[in-house]
Design a binder for this molecule. Structure first.
Ligand SMILES: N[C@@H](CC(=O)c1ccccc1NC=O)C(=O)O
Length: 292
């Protein structure tokens, strides 16, 4: 069924990822998610050299964390991770969880902070992640490749970075690859749901911040980027459709894109498992960077 034909309670259910997990009750899966991300981040902070709270702008909350490998290699890749949480939950403080297996392969991991709603609005968050990427490139100009990874709302923000008209910025980033994990690429369906309560997006805001509307701009700005659209087997039908349709639009535009339907995962485990070096998506990310 198309989202426009759904009753509001069905639409809200489709956009409540926790209600589709096969592992636990809705409240428990969110609690377990936050716990897993926190513990993973603590582990990474204890094992890696870190730079915490590096500013990328003058605004409140415009800070990022860097997880640094112990290496003498000249071939160092960098992954910028953009956290999820419906643009209203989570922060960079629990977003370093995937650093350990990457650091082991000489990859620098950056976890970006941005101003979640209700303090921040959609335009601000999009502007922040774009500026964070510019700042990282300016500080780490010697890296051999820049990659993006985002989960859920963070996959939306990563897709918005790929869709940037960089003429307004001081440099044009060369993003080699992007992992868009369980993302939302069309914001119109959530306008009438609880998700939009703190965001207070108007239709105009939702349209200008929807990657699905910006595929021609992405084609111009990120034609060389290798894009992976990953979705969980147990994501809701609407979430699965969002990924499928965005993948098809990128494919039709001639972009280098692949779709990964990750078996035995839900909206939360699909990203939590990046703490594990043997997880399918960890291996795929390292393979993309030529590291295995
Ligand atoms: N109402 C949402 C809540 C949610 O998405 C969420 C809540 C806390 C932390 C992260 C979340 N989502 C994805 O990262 C849900 O049903 O899952």
């Amino acid at each position: 069924m198309h989202w426009m034909e759904m009753k509001n309670d069905e639409l809200e259910k489709q956009y409540s990822p926790s209600r589709w997990s096969h592992r636990m009750a809705a409240d428990d899966v969110i609690k377990a998610h936050v716990k897993a991300l926190k513990e993973g981040t603590e582990q990474a902070r204890s094992l890696a050299q870190t730079l915490i709270n590096v500013p990328y702008g003058d605004g409140d909350g415009e800070k990022l964390d860097v997880y640094i490998p112990r290496t003498n290699s000249l071939d160092v890749n960098l992954v910028i991770y953009i956290h999820g949480g419906y643009w209203q939950f989570l922060s960079k403080e629990e977003s370093g969880f995937m650093a350990v297996p990457l650091i082991d392969k000489d990859v620098v991991v950056v976890a970006v902070g941005y101003t979640i709603a209700p303090k921040g609005d959609m335009d601000l968050m999009v502007s922040q992640v774009r500026r964070s990427v510019v700042s990282v490139i300016q500080q780490y100009s010697h890296i051999s490749g820049l990659y993006l990874c985002g989960h859920s709302a963070g996959a939306h923000l990563a897709a918005m970075v790929l869709s940037t008209d960089w003429s307004q910025y001081s440099i044009t980033p060369n993003i080699k690859g992007a992992f868009l994990v369980s993302g939302i690429f069309d914001l119109l369906p959530i306008l009438s749901t609880y998700v939009n309560e703190p965001l207070k997006m108007t239709e105009e805001v939702a349209v200008r911040n929807s990657p699905s509307q910006l595929v021609p701009q992405l084609k111009q700005s990120s034609s060389g980027c290798q894009i992976v659209v990953a979705v969980a087997q147990n994501d809701s039908p609407e979430f699965r459709k969002q990924s499928e349709e965005y993948y098809k639009a990128l494919e039709a535009a001639g972009l280098n894109v692949t779709m990964e339907d990750v078996a035995n995962t839900d909206h939360f485990s699909i990203i939590e498992q990046l703490v594990d070096a043997d997880y399918h998506l960890t291996k795929l990310l390292l393979k993309m960077m030529g590291k295995s």
